[in-house]
Design a protein around this ligand. Structure first.
Ligand code: GDP
Length: 435
């Protein structure tokens, strides 16, 4: 059993391979808890060659005996949740008794998806590039204090009917010529509630009790720090706090409950959707990274934009989240490149910039300052010990650690659970009780 509760979150723009890292650490934890986002997240996990794509339910569900929690900070699309539960059942995994959904989580209603599409269309050229799954509009309703929570689906029917009626008429006012009828929607949400009822819980209380019993919890982030609504590249961000603060607000756990923070970062950088990406590559090299890294969105299949590792970004993430260590993923994707580049700062018209800026115009104009290091010709793929990595790969990692200000406790060298290096002298080895 692990020695502490840890948070695992994305240190870049998402798709860092958090799914694999969370999955390999899960056997050391009694529970895994998601604290924000919706079914726009897409974790791909391979277990013995079998592919699992999970959007809403923590990937911990693939491990028998682990309780998986959807916190109040998550927005839940009941239909998406049922689909995932049914797919897991088809794969032989029963979630009952192991899945808890916060009674305080807000519900994504079918019309939130339409509002998402509409709001992107209205932004035209300035579109965010959302997954159009209604997540943003559901968070808007939450902050606008008109949202419907899971507990509302299970409570007083009259009160729920009134809320649905009011929400539908507000929506009808927003969309020209729209005459959505509240009654069928009401019937639908009542049915949603009934199916969810066995899973609904006071998640904060459950976590408090679990921790007090001496068991450990992993807090699982979706999206990533640079997509955080407050600390990301606003407005090209997600609608929730993907960074560490979201753990406390999205689950009802105190900061003291978080014993360690692991940031997941790719050995290069990718981004899906719009917004500046300083180290973005074009042409052959970008294509090369996209193809060897299979950089296509797990949720939407969209091709990801690819670039070199940006240490400014990871330094910033380390500061915002208080990262204790990095899990560096997809090192093997760089195998065979004659040289690799590492961004250590930005050049701007007014001089050098070493800290990540708030103003996106500055970021868009920033020119990366690169260090070029030799590549490696023998593969890192599947290597499980640091000193078995090619010397050039070791050197790249060491320089990346220095430039990022955090050490790499885990290095992932392939998509399978076993294709992983856990450094024996690292903080993660300590968390797992290995030292
Ligand atoms: P997440 O949302 O952060 O979990 O990331 P995704 O699931 O969207 O993308 C991760 C993808 O990379 C999945 O297909 C993983 O199987 C794969 N992956 C994870 N780690 C590695 C690695 O070290 N090497 C390679 N080649 N693929 C990896």
């Amino acid at each position: 059993m692990s020695k502490t509760n840890i948070a695992v979150l994305g240190a870049q723009w998402g798709d860092e391979g958090k799914g694999k890292i969370v999955d390999m650490l899960t056997p050391h934890f009694a529970a895994v808890a998601r604290y924000q986002g919706g079914h726009n997240a897409g974790h791909t996990v391979y277990v013995q060659g079998k592919k699992f794509v999970l959007h809403l339910i923590p990937s911990g569900i693939l491990h028998p005996g682990v309780t998986c929690i959807i916190g109040n900070g998550v927005v839940v699309d009941p239909q998406a949740l049922f689909k995932e539960v049914d797919e897991l059942a088809r794969m032989g995994i029963d979630v009952n008794g192991r899945l808890l959904v916060s009674e305080k989580a807000h519900v994504i209603l079918p019309y939130h998806r339409e509002l998402d599409v509409l709001s992107e269309a209205r932004r035209g050229e300035r579109k965010i590039g959302t997954t159009s799954r209604g997540i943003g509009p559901a968070y808007e309703d939450k902050i606008g204090r008109r949202g419907i929570r899971v507990c509302d689906l299970l409570g007083d029917r009259e009160a729920l009917a009134q809320e649905v009626r009011e929400n539908v008429s507000a929506r009808n006012r927003m969309i020209i010529d729209s005459t959505l009828d509240w009654k069928p929607l009401f019937d639908q949400v009542v049915a949603f509630g009934e199916r969810m009822r066995p899973w609904v819980a006071d998640v904060s209380l459950f976590l408090d009790r679990t921790i007090k019993q001496g068991k450990n919890v992993m807090f699982e982030g979706a999206q990533a720090t640079l997509l955080d609504i407050d600390h990301g590249t606003y407005p090209f961000v997600t609608s929730s706090n993907a960074s560490i603060g979201g753990v406390c607000t999205g689950l009802g756990v105190p900061p003291k409950a978080i014993g360690g923070v692991l940031g997941v970062a790719k050995a290069y950088t990718t981004r899906v959707g719009e917004g500046p990406l300083p180290t973005e590559l074009s042409g052959e090299l970008s294509e090369r990274l996209r193809e060897s890294g299979q950089e296509y969105g797990a949720s939407t299949g969209r091709p990801r934009r690819c670039g070199w590792y940006d240490a400014v970004v990871v330094r910033y993430s380390a500061r915002i989240n208080g990262l204790d260590a990095i899990a560096l993923t997809k090192l093997d994707v760089l195998d065979g490149l004659p040289e690799v580049q590492l961004c250590t700062g930005y050049k701007t018209a007014s001089g050098s910039m070493m800290e990540f800026p708030a103003d996106l115009r500055l970021l868009a104009a920033a020119e990366p300052v690169y260090e070029t290091l030799p590549g490696w010709s023998s593969p890192t793929k599947g290597v499980t010990q640091f000193d078995k990595l090619p010397a050039e790969a070791q050197r790249y990692i060491r320089r990346l650690e220095e430039a990022s200000g955090v050490s790499c406790a885990i290095i992932s060298t392939g998509s399978d659970r076993d294709e992983t290096i856990v450094r024996g002298d690292s903080v993660v080895a300590g968390w797992l009780g290995r030292v």
